[in-house]
Design a protein around this ligand. Structure first.
Ligand code: FES
Length: 111
């Protein structure tokens, strides 16, 4: 089973997950603590992480990630809710301010 290490709020959460797990789905059912997320659908960007290690096993960014993250993808940022974890992965949500103003989020939801 893949091992996931998450750096968030000065803590490190380390946990094994099932093959092809979606961390936001696990967080939603209280099986992956501390992960920051919102819509779960690639719209709000609240789940944005920076991949530290293990990025090669992830599928290439999808259109939602390209639309929401743009140039940030080249810096290793991904939308956690769009990732399927197939092997060990280390990600960080430290110092990522991706919160959007309420109005912007409402605009995104219209897409
Ligand atoms: S949880 Fe909203 S974009 Fe990932």
């Amino acid at each position: 089973m893949p091992k996931v290490k998450l750096h968030v709020d000065g803590e490190i959460v380390e946990q094994e997950v099932k093959d092809h797990a979606n961390l936001v789905v696990l967080a939603g059912i209280k099986q992956f603590p501390k992960l920051k997320y919102g819509c779960g659908m690639g719209k709000c960007t609240r789940c944005t992480c920076r991949v530290i290690d293990g990025g090669d096993q992830l599928d290439p960014p999808n259109w939602k990630e390209e639309k929401r993250l743009g140039d940030k993808l080249e810096e290793g940022y991904r939308l956690t809710c769009q990732l399927s974890v197939k092997d060990d992965l280390e990600i960080s949500q430290e110092n990522i301010d991706v919160r959007k103003k309420k109005r912007e989020v409402q605009e995104l939801r219209k897409d």
